[in-house]
Structures are given as C-alpha cells and as structure tokens.
Design a protein around this ligand. Sequence first.
Ligand SMILES: *[C@@H]1O[C@H](CO)[C@@H](O)[C@H](O)[C@H]1NC(C)=O
Ligand SMILES: *[C@@H]1O[C@H](CO)[C@@H](O)[C@H](O)[C@H]1NC(C)=O
Ligand SMILES: *[C@@H]1O[C@H](CO)[C@@H](O)[C@H](O)[C@H]1NC(C)=O
Length: 246
Amino acid sequence: SYVDELTKLRYTTDAGFTDAGSNHNVSIRHTNPEYTKRYPQAENVRSFPGAVRSCYTLRPIVSGSKYLLRASFMYGNYDGLNMIPVFDLYLGVNFWMTVNFSKDDPDLAFYSEVITVLPEDSVQVCLVDTGLGTPFISWLELRPLKNTLYPQANVTQALALSRRWNFGGDRMIRYPEDPYDRPWFPWNDPGSLQISTEQKVERDESTREIFHAPSVVMQTAITTPNVSTDIEFGYNVRTDHVYPKP
Ligand SMILES: *[C@@H]1O[C@H](CO)[C@@H](O)[C@H](O)[C@H]1NC(C)=O
Ligand SMILES: *[C@@H]1O[C@H](CO)[C@@H](O)[C@H](O)[C@H]1NC(C)=O
Ligand SMILES: *[C@@H]1O[C@H](CO)[C@@H](O)[C@H](O)[C@H]1NC(C)=O
C-alpha cells in the first residue's frame, strides 16, 4: 500500500479482493517518464493465466448508490511475450467492454470508466479470456459519487466514458480538485486562444448537482482568434456498452 503522490489517495494491494492470478512486474516502463512518475500503479500487473473468468470482489458498496469504476491497463511486456492480449471486461454479469489496445505497442496504456448504480453490497469486476491472450489488469479504482450526479446512469443503465476534457487547461485535474477523482485532460488547439479567469466559477444549483465540474476546470476555456475561424473538435464514440441485467 502507498499514498499516491499526485492525488494523496491511498492505493492498496489487491490481495484481499481476488484469490486468483499472479503478480508480475512490468519489464518495460512507459516511454514517457511523466507517466511512470504519475502512475506508480503501472509498475506491476496481476494476470490470470489458464482461467476463463477471473474476478475481483469489491466491498463494501452502499447498495443502490452511484459509483465510478475505473480499470487501468499497462502491458509493459510483463510476460516477455511482446504480445498485447485482447480480452473482455465485465461488471458482474454485464459486459463492460473489450480491452483492445489499438496499437501493437507494449507500453501502450489504457483505461476505461463506467458510472453506474450498484444494486448490491458488493460488486464483481471480471476479466474474461476470449482466446486472444491472457487477461491482466494494472489497477482498479472505485469512487463513490453523489446520487444526484449523472442522472443518465441508473440501476438499469450505466454510462461509459468517452472523453473528459479540460478546455484551455494546461494540466490534468484530479482529486482533490475534483472531489470524485475524475481525470480531466487538458485540451488545446494551436488555432484557438486559451482564456481563463482567476475567479471561482460558481454554477447554479441544478447544473452543479448533475455534473459538478470543478471550478478549476471551468476557469479555463478556449475561444477563436476571430469570427471566421472554427474550432474543430472530434471524438470517437465507442460502441461498447454496459448492458442491463437480464
Ligand atoms: C517487483 O519489484 C519489486 C521492487 O523491485 C520487488 O520487491 C518485487 O519482489 C518484484 N515482484 C515480482 C513479482 O517480481
Ligand atoms: C481489436 O482492434 C483491432 C484494431 O482496431 C481490430 O482489428 C480487432 O478486430 C479488434 N479485436 C477485437 C477482438 O475486438
Ligand atoms: C434509467 O434511465 C433511462 C434513460 O434515462 C430510462 O429510460 C430508464 O427508465 C431509467 N431506469 C430507471 C429504473 O429509472
């Protein structure tokens, strides 16, 4: 266990949350030293050879409450095979996503988030071997959310993260600036202008209760240098979903 330097949040060993798999140090660190510094969690993985379905059981959960779950993966050629596996991730019995690193790059890192209402007092996160290599995971995070946040997520429907940008920002925002430890990545465009204010950005009650975007994220923005320039913004919508319980 250790305290994360960036967020000051405590990360603990997964020993008490699964009885399967084996622990390995990565053999290649991320090529970006900033990544290695920021995510010591990526130094090591648990892998699950020879099992179709391997699960973590997270508890205690306040049944009927809203949570954010984040699963992160950094291959780092931990098995010396130099081959990134493709496997499935489940939230209980519900399909979460296929973990498929798009490039054959052993230091490629990847994370996925869902926001969901958890119906029981524990939740299982499972990795399923689909015959395309041994599933592994680097770290797993569970964050309680206020129930009024993200009304689109309820007990029958979860939300999957596409992107969460901090327009005009110059660094990633996490806990404690975001009380829910949502990573907000800086987004700037050479053709646009960064604008910012020193003043706290207060939102009206109704908006605050839905997204609760931190003031520091709202204090920066981008704008166009003149009226004839566009800001172009593109994103891919993943086709993966968390399916409702049958
Ligand atoms: C991983 O590295 C740490 C620190 O170098 C070492 O203490 C630990 O035994 C290693 N773990 C494995 C599974 O090799
Ligand atoms: C993984 O991604 C690659 C490249 O995008 C794609 O060709 C392949 O079909 C995907 N595999 C699975 C099992 O989804
Ligand atoms: C969950 O949200 C969806 C979309 O907003 C809605 O159609 C559905 O009825 C909601 N389910 C419950 C149990 O509230």
